[in-house]
Design a protein around this ligand. Structure first.
Ligand code: THU
Length: 138
């Protein structure tokens, strides 16, 4: 699967976002090493703090299916579900990515299939704290 297809999967999934409070809709498409794709949306809650981001939704679905090897994630979003700008992942989602993904994992922040930013995780989350730190090594 190429980048454009992954971005398309994220964009096509955007209407599934449940964001009745912020009205900011986000969608992600996570590419696994075996070629499978898991989509995720942000799911808000009347109690606010249980809200989960689109990126973590995608990871939760994939990890529940036994996936552990990931290549890339495409992310898009915007107010009322209209993509007008880039939607970078929040810090918590970057941390979750670092739990499962290596430094070369691609984070693709997209406005469209033609307009996107594609960075390795090591640039999106430098000096990260990860599983290796608990063992005293990277
Ligand atoms: N949101 C995401 O889904 N991903 C991010 O990385 C940033 C923020 C969602 C959470 C909330 O539902 C809405 O965007 C506004 O913060």
């Amino acid at each position: 699967m190429d980048k454009r297809e992954l971005i398309r999967a994220a964009i096509d999934n955007l209407p599934n976002s449940y964001a009745p409070y912020s009205h900011f809709h986000v969608s992600a498409a996570l590419l696994c090493g075996d070629g499978t794709v898991y989509t995720g949306v942000n799911i808000e809650n009347a109690s606010y703090t249980p809200t989960i981001c689109a990126e973590r939704s995608a990871f939760i679905r994939a990890v529940n299916d036994g996936k552990r090897d990931f290549e890339a994630i495409a992310i898009c979003g915007g107010k009322d579900g209209v993509i007008t700008d880039f939607c970078p992942p929040c810090g918590v989602c970057r941390q979750v990515m670092s739990e499962f993904c290596g430094p070369q994992f691609r984070v693709i922040v997209a406005k469209s299939e033609e307009e996107y930013i594609d960075l390795p995780l090591k640039e999106v989350l430098p000096l990260s704290f990860g599983p290796g730190d608990l063992l005293g090594k990277k």
